[in-house]
Design a protein around this ligand. Structure first.
Ligand code: ZN
Length: 413
């Protein structure tokens, strides 16, 4: 019997978005992820054929965003953590709202979301499960965001699919550990880029907030609702500022706290969240504008309460925007960094506030990816989910065969 592994990317091979990978061996057919690319307009992966199971690493839309469409077309279990299932559900519903408000056709309906809810099969890190007749899948924490998994597929060969991966401890998560495997499927978001030391980064971030507060400004911290805003809250836990928290991150924090085993320390997160003032009304928004720090979404400033705050603060040179996430091309936060301008629902305005970026990434950096791969000791490495994955080919070829398949290309391993 042919025991080779055949794979094909339906999206996301060489970009950060719309990730989907078919995986076929012996009598087993799997799909890893089924994401989307948020944007104007959003884009989607190619249609997926029926599979035995879909494995979902985590709740970010570039990995999970099109799961409801998948479930509406084919009956299959979606294997993931309960935390990922609950956060995904919120994001699916939000996608429909965003599509409506931006005037795009939503790619799925509320009943498709219901279908997805019923298809979720919950697993936990360190658990294992039989899959097909001859395979086992083991679940490992990916260290990326709460609930995130790596999948180890064990048959005649061992394969590891990383999803998004972090090898540094953060305040929210313990780092992922390398897993011995024959074939490594590895993300490459930060190929060609390194991260600053976490300790130095946190110090610089706190020093900057101190400076802004002392000169009488407000530090506005746009942060992704899922994980980044909670990480920021943890960094600020003992700083003693008057901090306000607005946006979807509030709801997400509650879900995180329901699943303490997926966190580095639920107790710490609880303490950090309890120190924040929650915005529930227009009155809260007014109080926030007169406070010291505002943590709010969206992280790339393309919508959400952050635009309300910036509209009020944009002319104040004493205030500052402290970005905590990478600014993808074409987003409002990229416009802010490059041109000191923001788009307020179609009207572009100059921003007088100070703007600074702090690299609180939850992905492994360039040399961390190389070290991780080396420690997994694979024969073959397939690189995906990055715009610069070619930069990793040469260093990885020292110890493995390296593949960079394009979307739609079939690879036999
Ligand atoms: Zn992610």
């Amino acid at each position: 019997m042919d025991n080779s592994i055949k794979i094909q990317f339906l999206g996301g091979s060489n970009e950060i978005g719309s990730l989907a990978m078919l995986f076929e061996t012996m009598d087993l057919k799997l799909l890893f992820e089924y994401g989307m690319t948020p944007g104007k307009p959003p884009s989607y992966p190619l249609p997926a054929p029926p599979v035995d199971s879909t494995l979902l690493t985590h709740a970010h839309l570039d990995h999970s965003g099109m799961i409801p469409l998948l479930c509406s077309r084919n009956d299959q279990p979606i294997i993931t953590t309960k935390l990922t299932a609950e956060i995904s559900d919120i994001l699916f519903k939000d996608s429909i709202k965003i599509a409506k408000s931006e005037g795009y056709a939503a790619p799925f309906s509320n009943s498709d979301i219901k279908e997805a809810e019923h298809s979720m099969v919950n697993v936990v890190p360190n658990q294992k499960k039989n899959i097909g007749n001859d395979h086992e899948v083991r679940f490992h924490s990916a260290g990326h965001i709460p609930g995130s998994l790596m999948f180890e597929i064990i048959g005649q060969k061992k394969a590891l699919f990383t999803g998004d991966l972090n090898v540094n401890d953060t305040r929210l998560m313990k780092a992922a550990k390398p897993i011995n495997c024959d074939i490594l499927f590895m993300e490459t978001t930060y190929a060609g880029r390194e991260h600053p030391k976490r300790k130095n980064l946190e110090k610089a971030f706190l020093d900057k907030i101190d400076e802004v507060v002392k000169r009488g400004g407000v530090a506005v911290i746009p942060a992704f609702a899922v994980a980044r805003s909670q990480e920021v809250a943890l960094v600020l836990k003992n700083a003693g500022y008057n901090i306000w928290f607005d946006g979807m991150g509030r709801k997400v924090s509650k879900i995180f706290l329901k699943h303490p085993k997926n966190l580095r320390s639920a107790e710490d997160l609880k303490k950090a969240i309890n120190k924040l003032n929650m915005v529930h009304s227009d009155h809260g928004r007014k109080l926030a504008l007169n406070s010291e720090v505002i943590i709010t979404s969206s992280g790339m400033m393309d919508g959400g309460p952050v635009l309300h705050y910036m509209n009020k603060l944009k002319d104040d040179p004493k205030s500052a925007v402290l970005l905590t996430g990478y600014q993808v091309e074409g987003t409002n936060s990229r416009r802010l960094v490059e041109h000191k301008k923001l788009d307020f629902y179609g009207v572009t305005e100059k921003v007088e506030c100070e703007v600074q970026y702090f690299d609180f990434s939850a992905h492994a950096g360039h040399s961390e990816l190389i070290n991780f791969a080396k420690s997994c000791n694979p024969e073959k490495i397939v690189l995906f989910h990055g715009e610069n994955r070619e930069l990793l080919v040469e260093p990885l070829q020292d110890f493995a065969e390296v593949y960079t398949p394009n979307n739609e290309e079939t690879l036999s391993l």
